[in-house]
Design a protein around this ligand. Structure first.
Ligand SMILES: Cc1cc2nc3c(=O)[nH]c(=O)nc-3n(C[C@H](O)[C@H](O)[C@H](O)COP(=O)(O)OP(=O)(O)OC[C@H]3O[C@@H](n4cnc5c(N)ncnc54)[C@H](O)[C@@H]3O)c2cc1C
Length: 334
């Protein structure tokens, strides 16, 4: 049996698998053959942060579809919510916003599932999900050992966690537990586009719903809908370099944009590096760079995974040559 993966990845590339396992409950792992569980494997959520490079994927794929949202504990000011890894992330955000549970409103409209949110510690508009994660529950696929990782054990960093590194494709997250605020919300609105939208609407004390609505609208204008134009969001991470290297770059490029991470580290927008290498609005073999955001690589037609991968490598080589900076993929290439 050959399964098409075209509908299971947001780049919309065609790829096939003969070993696709749909996981609707943690118990489903116990029904899978021992030999299959010992093999190299792929864990899949909504497929919005992956690139299927190969036309045929021979290793087993475990697609996590576990549903359910449960309020486990409530205090006057906080709530502990346990969410199945297969719940759609954006639906969960709106479920919270409508109940006035605050903490993830800035992360509205990020595609994908709840179980994938901790993997790369999703972030947007001044917020990262690790701020509100209490713990991640799941199972080691090889030996079926269940484990709960409390927040500090998840080793969260910028677009990174233990699940994206040491435990990649070994530990399947089945549930994520969140602690959200019921009142005294910490509103994060210091992004210039959010601030100007608030000003335009004459909102001086925004609610979490205002923030969610505004971020949703900004994102709709800025980012392509992957149902219309296949993509996986930012293809590369924004590189972080040390002061010395930054100074050297400044002597060559005096208009280089940057954010200070700390007194020694500087983050450079990868989109700027890509544009400076001449890739703005370019296309090749049905693959291109999105007109509003050069960090987003798009499938302009029936591009193959390998075409998208080759294009991304051309970008990477050009940036390295010009700036001596090695871009790192945010997207998981399979
Ligand atoms: C238009 C667009 C905009 C985006 N904007 C943002 C943004 O603003 N910020 C941001 O951070 N990301 C963004 N992304 C990237 C993506 O939405 C997130 O990374 C999202 O969390 C991926 O979820 P997913 O379920 O689709 O994961 P998948 O693509 O299915 O998987 C991603 C990775 O997680 C692993 N994985 C998935 N589920 C599990 C699980 N249950 N257990 C263990 N491992 C698992 C996979 O093996 C893979 O390595 C964007 C993507 C698109 C297409």
């Amino acid at each position: 049996m050959k399964y098409s993966l075209k509908e299971l990845n947001s780049f919309g590339v065609e790829s096939y698998s003969s070993k696709l396992f749909l996981i609707n409950s943690i118990n489903d792992f116990y029904t899978i053959d021992y030999n299959i569980r010992q093999q190299e494997k792929i864990i899949l959520g909504g497929g919005t942060n992956i690139l299927l490079k190969s036309k045929f994927i021979s290793i087993p794929i475990f697609k996590i579809q576990i549903q359910g949202i449960e309020i486990c504990h409530e205090k006057d000011d906080e709530v502990l919510i346990s969410v199945g890894a297969g719940v759609n992330w954006d639906e969960f955000v709106w479920w919270c916003v409508n109940k006035n549970f605050g903490g993830i409103e800035n992360l509205v409209s990020i595609p994908g599932n709840v179980g994938s949110a901790p993997i790369q510690n999703i972030g947007a508009y001044g917020k990262e999900v690790n701020d509100v994660i209490d713990s991640c529950e799941g199972i080691f696929i090889k030996n079926l050992e269940k484990k709960t990782f409390k927040n500090p054990d998840c080793n969260f960093g910028y677009r990174s966690s233990i699940f994206k590194k040491e435990l990649k494709n070994e530990f399947a997250i089945t549930k994520v537990n969140f602690i959200l605020k019921k009142n005294n919300h910490k509103i994060i609105s210091n992004y210039s586009s959010v601030l100007s939208a608030l000003k335009k609407r004459q909102i001086s004390q925004p609610s979490i719903k205002d923030i969610a609505q505004i971020v949703k609208e900004i994102r709709e204008k800025k980012l392509p809908d992957y149902n219309e134009l296949g993509n996986a969001g930012s293809f590369f991470k924004n590189p972080v370099i040390n002061n010395k290297k930054f100074e050297r770059l400044c002597s060559r490029f005096d208009d280089i944009p940057y954010y200070e991470v700390n007194h020694n580290l500087i983050k450079i927008p990868a989109a700027w590096l890509i544009e400076m290498c001449g890739f703005k609005k370019t296309k090749f073999n049905n693959v291109g760079v999105h007109k509003n955001q050069s960090l987003v690589i798009i499938n302009l037609g029936n591009a193959r995974g390998i075409d998208i991968f080759s294009f991304s490598q051309r970008i990477k080589e050009s940036v390295y040559k010009k700036f001596d900076i090695l871009l790192v993929e945010e997207v998981t290439v399979i």
